[in-house]
Design a protein around this ligand. Sequence first.
Ligand code: HEC
Length: 111
Amino acid sequence: MTRFFLVACCALFITSMTSSDAKAAYDVVAGKKVYETTCAACHKGGLLGAPKLGDKAAWAPRLTQGLDVLVSKSIKGFQGKTGTMPARGGDAKLTDAQVGNSVDYLIEQSK
Ligand code: HEC
């Protein structure tokens, strides 16, 4: 019985390892929630010069920087040509992973 349990655990572990490919580093489902509570304030309507969710033309030149750069800029905040993006969208309680998730969600909807 114990042995069966161990084998079952191992199988589960291996399955969970192999099903998460390297590309899916961020969780866009969790990111959507963060987007809606924090980022939508500016990124939904384009407040203060923020590029709008789904506005492909506004996002295209930004996307060329790559996801990692977009995430680190969103964590630190930055002053750009159209306005000021506050660090972590203004919510200091968000973790790096939560910010990453929401950036990934935002850009997935905008390309
Ligand atoms: C107070 C308004 C505001 C909030 C809230 C906000 N942003 Fe922004 N964001 C901006 C503005 C303004 C810009 C454009 C700055 C520029 O390029 O001049 C921007 C730009 C960005 C960019 C593009 C970066 C680039 O290099 O072009 C990303 C990605 C981004 N925001 C992610 C987020 C995420 C994720 C959240 C929520 C966690 C968030 N923002 C919340 C105002 C906001």
